[in-house]
Design a protein around this ligand. Structure first.
Ligand code: NAD
Length: 359
């Protein structure tokens, strides 16, 4: 599968990808190779990864707890302490072998350690393959507030090995699929049609769709690396989606939602807002929303849930000067940035979501 050229680094795939990795390890002569894993990727992915790595350098493994609740500064401190104890220096390399939590946190840890060491992302979830590992955004959460602390810094390489998907729980595949649907919605009718009619469990078609998804994300990032304009379109569904994800993470009486599950709801809400604010045809919004909902269960929200979610919107990273901005759609593949929505309209969007099964 053809490598994708990103900003100062390549995204490479499965078999030949390891040749690229091994070439970098040989050429750069790193002092020590550190592999950051969480306990699940330690168990499911590390052995396979190590089998492909050819190096005479010392390899040290650093393990963190799995899950979003550990994507925080306390975990970073633990990794920094481990790096120090294991004598990491500025010529050390950190390889992030895991999902978006490991690649986001590991990238951030690498950027700050001794003012920056090289890192490589080896994504092991669908979400990290198509989204988190590419584009240079690194960082951690602050309490329940998503990705409040972080920097933009690029890896030396992203190595996508589809083998890792074999051990990924099905709900994690479904979660990652939301970002692929998003890439279609904001960028390409052709890709949307392909991804909405495929399935996250059909591995034969999935690898090609993953490749195309990365191509779309990479093109957007190359055009606008620091999110001054078009890169904001990658946040489609994320303004409300992140607030929903945070709310379900904190609320005691709620079952946690995975990132992609929350984003899927956020995209359906954004589809509705688009009909009111940016001219998306209502039948189109219904069609797009039903196609999304085909992959996800309907979640119930009462008025106090919605009020709490709206309160959380004020922490969104895209806010500026006290305003909350949404990415919406004029049409399929045509995003419109910096849109404002009233609370009343957001309530109506939740009604649209709740009634979707009846329409
Ligand atoms: P995750 O990293 O928590 O992984 C999900 C679960 O799968 C974890 O329990 C993990 O241990 C397990 N796992 C990972 N790979 C496995 C494998 N191959 N086999 C078995 N289990 C495996 O979550 P995620 O969904 O990958 O990523 C979500 C994170 O990504 C969020 O924090 C989100 O903010 C971030 N993100 C970042 C960007 C970005 O541009 N930087 C973009 C999108 C999402």
């Amino acid at each position: 599968m053809q490598a994708i050229k990103a900003k100062n680094y390549d995204v490479v795939f499965t078999d030949s990808g390891y040749q690229n990795l091994n070439k970098i390890l040989k050429e750069k002569e790193y002092s020590i190779l550190f592999i950051l894993v969480d306990s699940n990727t330690h168990e499911s992915c590390l052995a396979h990864f190590l089998q492909q790595v050819e190096t005479s350098q010392t390899i040290e493994i650093i393990e963190i707890e799995p899950g979003e609740e550990f994507k925080n500064l306390e975990t970073c401190e633990g990794v920094w302490a481990a790096l120090s104890e294991l004598n990491a220096d500025r010529q050390s390399l950190l390889i992030n072998l895991g999902g978006g939590v490991v690649t986001d946190l590991g990238g951030f840890v690498a950027c700050c350690f001794k003012r920056g060491i090289d890192f490589i992302n080896v994504p092991t979830t669908l979400l990290a393959m198509v989204d988190a590992s590419v584009g240079g955004k690194t960082g951690v959460d602050l309490g329940a507030l998503k990705n409040q602390i972080g920097v933009i810094s690029n890896p030396q390489l992203v190595l996508v090995d589809f083998t890792f998907l074999n051990t990924l729980p099905v709900e994690e595949l479904r979660s990652g699929y939301a970002e692929m649907l998003k890439h279609g919605l904001i960028n390409s009718e052709l890709y949307w049609n392909a991804v909405k009619s495929a399935s996250y469990s059909d591995f034969d078609s999935l690898s090609e769709l993953i490749h195309q998804s990365i191509v779309i994300k990479n093109e957007v990032v190359l055009e606008d690396p620091f999110e001054k304009g078009i890169r904001k379109s990658l946040n489609y569904g994320h303004t409300l989606g992140h607030a929903i994800e945070s709310y379900f993470m904190e609320a005691r009486d709620k079952t946690r939602l995975l990132h992609g599950e929350a984003i899927a709801i956020g995209m359906i809400l954004a589809n509705y807002l688009s009909t009111k604010l940016t001219g998306l045809n209502i039948n189109k919004a219904l069609e797009l929303s039903k196609s999304i909902l085909k992959f996800y269960d309907l979640v119930s929200f009462n008025d106090s849930d919605i009020e709490a979610i709206i309160t959380l919107l004020k922490y969104d990273k895209k806010n500026s000067h006290g305003n909350i901005y949404f990415v919406l759609l004029e049409d399929l593949g045509k995003p419109k940035l910096n849109q404002k929505a009233s609370n009343e309209l957001i309530f109506n969007a939740f009604d649209f979501y709740k009634n979707l099964c009846n329409k």
